[in-house]
Ligand binder design. Structure first.
Ligand code: NAG
Ligand code: NAG
Ligand code: NAG
Ligand code: NAG
Ligand code: NAG
Ligand code: NAG
Ligand code: NAG
Ligand code: NAG
Ligand code: NAG
Ligand code: NAG
Ligand code: NAG
Ligand code: NAG
Length: 810
């Protein structure tokens, strides 16, 4: 007999914030949190306060007098004593929109936003370091703090992307002459192309095949107070105070903003597609005084579990609830927390009232213990104050209903191992248990603590659990099939090595079938992405629908960036019901820790002022070398979500293929060769039916009216399965490309129901004919180098020789 009953079970954690809200034109509910590893420093709080108040004024001017920061709360660490901090109510470290934490030293002090949604979607959090806030040296490097914060706010709140590009810092424009341009917005920012050698600006050399400058070339913008755009690329320049609008937007720059947002201007996205779309202008001016800042502190976490023991929770369900709650109290909740448990036994109407109080975190549990959903739901309530050492990490959560064996393995990696607890719950009779550690040590039921009342066996491994593969075998000794489940939790092995953690969530809490949902799992080690892991998500509804999805980190379909440690997939085959989300992460041997960064504030090495190059202080070196992470397993549970399809709908909604976001085009002779990752029949599931290719010399036309562009029908190209690499070559008819000609190419996919995807990112193709190399002349310029942070300014004068840039054939 399976443990099946009707009704839903909710585990409610009474600590939620409403998140960021707009009260009129002012943001409230913005939460900053300082990591407990940061030593107390009143100056840091003052700097944060200054930054927010400055940012509020900048923000107001940047979006046509629309937004400002009205109320900001700063959560300070529990052991800070020098200030007058009020008691935190619902604020927790994990809910912070902005975290102040030490960088991983190989990552540097560069401000960045964790953002991986589609254009216009909100990001996760902004990370600023204490040094960034305290050391004025960084003002020269990244610009005034308030403005840097507005740049990051653009990522976090409005889903804007960077308008510079580290991958493609230069491009040739479609002006017919193929003029060399730096990737930026706006084009009003002029500047110089330099190869810096010490303090000397030498002309850049071009790569003969692409005609673009070699990688040692940088663009140094000129100070020009008449140019105000844009904060998404040049927040560091004092005269830049606005986002690019339709009038100033550079739609052809090969940057993320254009790629992700369909070549739209930042301002257009803010006003039309972001969560704040439609906000009217504010008629009154805004000053620093309009921002209130509150400092709060939490001495101990108070967790309130509300358990439903009402009629629908009779029998086995109630037993299961006890098992889960007991496991939660024993292993999940950190040592310093205060836990309160509220039981309620009543009619479903009261359950509804509770949903109002909480508005947030719900976990739906499937009713049989072999899915282990209830225990996972409790485990995911583990919140922390930002101290990863204390956080409970789930290594394994698995269950099976069987008449005999339930065997499996889990890995203890070197980042975890302290407080390792193995818990086994069963339905009817105690199974025979055998656990073997990597060093061959054996554990059987005699080592376990047995609670017969709640049918739970638990074992706390002494000291630090051995690193490597652990094997478990459970044998059902009872006469009939029963469910058995195993949960393994652990904590960081030491305070020095941060543990690998997984966070799973959906892009929204409910769906009506008009759009596919997206599943995300972030696999990180203290913010650094763990790449090339095997990540699978299980979505299970209370109506019995179960879907397994392999999540991908390939930068295609639902996944914004390749190799950022965020694994994503569309969830398309949805049915009405309340779903639970569980993610399982395994290292198949290839997983790596990557130090590559995917968004942040642009560092510019210098700028041009009155014809002179002024150098900024150097940026601290950042390692980009991936590091192996060793074998590990993790499981994580996300908040549950509701799907409510329109009444009468049978089966999942009909979706088009997903938008192609990684189109690349190259010119080989007269042929244009394009490559992209295949979308599916329904977003990123299955196989599409055909592709349509369009090209035009007019970017705006291709964008707004694909059908009116020159269409190429790649009839011989049969779409491959989702995720495959597609390639196609074609000759643009009736077009003779001469030196400097640019055309733009886009692709869309169609499925068997004739549903078409959105058009892909638009790729420029530039014809470039190199000129024969002229004789080389060296140029140097007057260079004024200012080493800020050091009390002396160094002045280097070199002889100025009029030079020119030449392009050389490779
Ligand atoms: C984090 O927690 C551990 C274990 O409780 C403790 O030893 C350590 O001092 C804490 N670290 C910080 C930065 O608070
Ligand atoms: C608070 O805890 C941190 C981390 O353990 C420690 O560095 C600091 O000295 C403690 N005390 C104060 C007052 O910051
Ligand atoms: C601390 O702050 C509260 C409220 O903000 C205020 O009422 C109280 O007087 C302050 N105490 C001190 C010692 O400043
Ligand atoms: C910082 O990241 C590197 C990998 O890029 C890793 O080897 C190192 O352990 C990390 N350090 C800390 C303190 O997290
Ligand atoms: C900003 O502050 C000024 C002066 O305190 C006040 O008159 C104005 O109404 C405030 N603006 C908003 C939007 O609250
Ligand atoms: C369980 O382990 C203990 C101690 O290692 C051992 O003495 C005992 O024989 C084992 N029992 C079984 C059934 O294997
Ligand atoms: C499970 O493991 C035990 C040994 O621990 C083994 O005897 C048994 O055959 C295994 N069962 C299955 C189904 O793999
Ligand atoms: C990923 O792990 C799952 C089991 O969790 C396995 O079925 C699948 O084959 C693995 N995928 C790859 C690509 O290794
Ligand atoms: C152009 O493409 C066609 C057809 O794909 C091919 O036959 C031809 O060789 C290509 N020409 C060049 C110069 O690559
Ligand atoms: C483009 O043409 C296709 C096929 O003729 C048609 O289905 C689609 O609606 C057209 N799109 C627009 C925007 O007109
Ligand atoms: C090329 O141009 C001619 C004349 O303008 C036109 O009739 C023909 O359809 C064009 N071919 C293509 C493939 O666009
Ligand atoms: C092609 O155009 C570029 C940029 O306008 C120019 O520098 C180059 O000399 C031209 N090549 C030839 C062969 O004219």
């Amino acid at each position: 007999m399976a443990l099946q009953t009707s009704g839903l079970l909710f585990v409610v954690l009474l600590s939620c914030t409403a998140g960021i809200q707009l009260d009129g034109n002012g943001y409230t509910g913005v939460l900053f949190a300082i990591n407990p590893s940061i030593p107390e420093d009143p100056a840091l709080l003052q700097q944060i306060k200054n930054m927010i108040q400055d940012a509020s004024v900048v923000l107001h001017g940047a979006v046509e007098d629309r937004f400002y920061f009205k109320e900001v709360t700063i959560l300070v660490p529990a052991n800070w004593t020098k200030g007058n901090y009020s008691r935190a109510k619902t604020e927790t470290y994990e809910k912070a929109n902005v975290i102040i934490d030490e960088p991983n030293k190989s990552y540097g002090d560069e401000p960045y936003t964790l953002q991986y949604g589609q254009c216009g979607d909100q990001g996760q959090y902004i990370h600023l370091t204490p040094d960034f806030l305290l050391d004025d040296h960084f003002i020269k490097v990244y610009g005034k703090r308030g403005k840097v914060f507005v740049h990051e706010w653009g990522h976090l709140r409005w889903g804007l992307y960077d308008e510079y590009s580290e991958e493609q810092p230069f491009y040739r424009s479609s002006d017919g002459k193929g003029t060399l341009e730096a990737t930026r917005c706006s084009k009003g920012i002029k500047g110089r192309f330099c190869v810096m050698s010490g303090n000397t600006c030498s002309p850049c050399k071009n790569d003969p095949t692409t005609g673009l400058p070699t990688s040692d070339c940088t663009f140094l913008p000129s100070q020009d107070t008449s140019v105000k755009e844009s904060i998404m690329s040049f927040q560091s320049l004092d005269h830049v105070t606005k986002f690019c609008s339709d009038e100033t937007h550079n739609a052809e720059a090969p940057n993320r903003q254009n790629q992700m947002c369909g070549n739209r201007a930042a301002l257009d996205v803010i006003l039309k597609s972001s969560v704040d779309a439609g906000t009217p202008q504010l008629s009154t001016p805004i000053s620093k005084q309009n921002t209130t800042i509150k400092f709060v502190q939490r001495k101990r976490r108070v967790v309130c579990l509300t358990l439903d023991v009402s009629g629908s929770m009779m029998g086995p369900r109630l037993a299961l609830l006890r098992q889960a709650a007991s496991l939660f109290l024993r292993t999940t909740v950190e040592d310093t927390a205060v836990v309160g448990i509220v039981q309620f036994s009543s009619s479903p109407s009261i359950l509804k009232t509770l949903t109002v109080i909480d508005d947030g975190i719900f976990h739906k549990s499937a009713d049989s213990i072999d899915s282990n959903a209830l225990i996972d739901a409790f485990a995911s309530l583990a919140t922390s104050d930002g101290n990863l050492t204390q956080q409970t990490i789930q290594l394994e959560s698995a269950g099976k209903r069987t008449t005999d064996w339930f065997n499996g393995t889990f890995s203890v990696d070197r980042t975890v191992g302290k407080d390792t607890v193995i818990t086994i719950v069963y339905e009817a009779s105690m199974p025979k248990v055998h656990i073997t550690s990597p060093s061959g040590e054996s554990f059987n039921h005699s080592h376990f603590n047995h609670d017969t009342q709640i049918r739970t066996l638990s074992l706390k491994v002494q000291g630090t659990a051995k690193t490597g593969e652990w094997h478990y075998s459970l044998f059902n000794q009872g006469p009939s099939a029963q469910s058995m489940a195993i949960t393994v939790t652990s904590r960081a092995a030491s305070a020095e090595v941060p543990p690998i953690t997984v966070r799973a969530h959906m892009n929204q809490k409910s769906a009506d079938g008009s759009k596919a949902m997206v599943v995300y799992a972030a696999v990180t080690q203290k913010g650094l992405p763990v790449i090339l892991a095997n990540v699978t998500a299980t979505l299970e509804s209370d109506t019995g629908h179960k879907e397994e999805l392999l999540l991908l980190d390939n930068g295609a379909g639902a996944d914004a960036f390749r190799h950022d440690g965020i694994y994503s997939r569309y969830f398309t085959r949805m049915k009405s019901g309340r779903y639970s989300l569980k993610v399982r992460v395994q290292n198949q041997g290839s997983a790596m820790l990557s130090a590559h960064k995917h968004s942040g504030a642009l560092y510019i090495p210098g700028y041009v002022e009155n014809g002179n190059v002024v150098l900024n202080p150097p940026k601290p070196p950042v390692s980009q070398q991936p590091v192996e992470v060793g074998s590990f397993t993790r499981t994580a549970t996300g908040e549950s979500f509701v799907v409510e399809l329109p009444p009468g709908s049978t089966g999942p909604p009909a979706f088009p293929p997903s938008k192609i976001t990684d189109l690349r085009a190259t010119l080989e002779g007269e042929n244009i060769t394009i490559t992209w990752t295949a979308p599916g029949e329904s977003y990123d599931q299955g196989t599409a039916s055909r592709y349509h290719i369009g090209w035009s010399e007019d970017l705006a036309l291709l964008r707004s009216n694909f059908n009116d562009s020159h269409l190429v029908d790649p009839w011989e190209l049969k779409p491959q399965e989702v995720g495959s690499t597609e390639q196609y070559s074609f000759l643009p008819h009736n077009l003779s490309m001469t030196n400097g000609t640019t055309i733009f190419v886009a692709v869309l996919a169609e499925n068997a129901n004739s549903l078409r995807s959105d058009i892909s990112n638009i790729e420029p193709v530039v014809k470039f004919v190199p000129a024969p190399p002229p004789p080389v002349e060296e140029e140097s310029t007057n260079v004024v180098a200012i080493a800020v942070g050091v009390s002396v300014a160094v002045l280097v004068i070199a002889s100025a020789v009029g030079g020119f840039i030449y392009w050389k054939k490779r």
